[in-house]
Design a protein around this ligand. Sequence first.
Ligand code: FAD
Ligand code: NAI
Length: 499
Amino acid sequence: WKRFLQITGSVTLFTVASGVTFYYLARKDRTPGIQLPHDPTKKTLVILGSGWGATSLLNSLDTADYNVIVISPKNYFLFTPLLPSVAVGTLNPRSIIQPTRYVTRHKSRQVAVIEASATEVDPERKTVTFADTSEIQGLVSTTTVPYDYLVFAVGAEVQTFNIPGVRENACFMKELEDAEKMQRRFLDCLESAAFPGQSQAEINRLLHMVVVGGGPTGIELSGELHDFLEEDLKSWFPELANSVHITLVEALPSVLPSFSKQLIDYTESTFKAAKIDILTKTMVKEVREKSVILQKPDKSIVEVPCGLVVWAAGNKLRQVTRDLMDKLPEHQTNKRGITVDDCLRMVGTNGSIFAIGDCSATSYAPTAQVASQEGSYLARILGQIAKKDELELRLQTLQNQPETEESKTEIDSVAKRLVKLEKLRPFRYSHQGSLAYIGSDRAIADLPFFNGNLATGGVATYLFWRSAYISTLFSLRNRTLVATDWLKVKLFGRDVSRE
Ligand code: FAD
Ligand code: NAI
């Protein structure tokens, strides 16, 4: 009895302590405090975007140093690694987004959040023009603001290579609405296949899902589609489940070129067991309403009937990025993106524009990991720059005053401190490894390990994948929502109702 009471007491104490801590943290998140107002003596920092780079910067930035303006067509941050889970209904769309105001309202100084798309940056006059591109607009829907420093973090957009029919007939997997659209279309295909009197050939067509692109996005999405089929469709559409067929098309000789050979083989064998067809060395040449046109390795062209095509064939620069680069033709010639120096300053802009994430061309892969490390690095650099700017102003004031012994000593001291602040530490990326979910409760991971690499795949890696992503989510709110969604799906399965 004594032992039993001891254990029960400890469990109760632990539960109450966790509950109180959770309540305290949630309450803190929910009730932002009073913020410093706009300060006309501070410099203006404009941040374009609310994705990985911009949000990581905002999280770490001391906004007391600047008057900060965030401009983005999305007033939220999207946790892209879990987007494929939204597409099959494992996660609720709202669980993986974080309103940008939830971040900015907790900062020391007020931050202006503007839902708009930047349409033009003028590096000469140091201005940004932006427009409200949403459905509803007020009397003013486009304007221009000046900046002292600009952080360009607008990411990239889907690359279609101008292949006919892609935009019209395929779904993308880049934004939240893409995942929602894919889910709707997928369920529509199922319901249409279940329509009475449908021929077997038409059922097969409607239930043939083609994923284009064997990069991590295409692989994760195929894995999620397979899970949906195995875990839910077999229960709710038993008569159709055997007709569902997933094909992954990749132009290169293998999928996941950025992962090690061992993990590529593991993924291919997992897909084979899951009956997901991988067609490598095969190019999609056209996407039609009811089929895809493929160029096979022997260069022959075939038309393959299908119900749904998901286009995950990579990204390209946004128009606003290309326009900005075109304004600095001598310095910005890299087709992959904005050329930056070691401190992420856009070359040719005298340190007034920084570029981070997928819109910049660095030696690192365009990933969330890189963008978020660049964001937090930039927060430190901008803190240092703010101190330097303040000291420079102080030095100017002192130099304009009549010289005294006291002012001479202060000038010396300020000048010394300025020299220290002049040198910015360059950005260094620290690779934490690559992770990808491949379906069937399995994940793969390429992890840096004792100066080497650890390539691992399987169920344990899958649990690691889940815990890594839960801990990477930016807020307690998102962590709770995602964990609850996972539990809900385990208990009740995915929702197959079509909105
Ligand atoms: P984004 O996060 O795309 O943010 C760009 C921001 O700019 C957005 O808020 C956008 O609304 C805004 N914007 C767009 N146009 C304008 C404009 N004209 N003016 C102002 N703002 C604008 N990477 C990993 O490391 N691990 C993963 O597991 C992983 N999984 C992924 C899964 C999917 C499905 C996808 C699509 C990507 C995944 N990535 C992953 C890649 C990762 O999402 C990107 O590398 C990362 O989002 C880049 O961050 P960013 O800040 O440059 O751009
Ligand atoms: P990607 O560029 O990595 O892969 C796209 C693939 O599509 C390429 O392999 C390309 O050969 C293929 N392709 C292009 N055109 C084609 C065509 N016409 N027919 C057939 N195949 C075609 O794009 P993805 O997967 O969207 O990834 C983008 C970035 O995001 C990458 O840097 C990636 O590392 C990162 N990412 C990382 C994830 C992770 O670490 N778990 C998950 C998702 C994305």
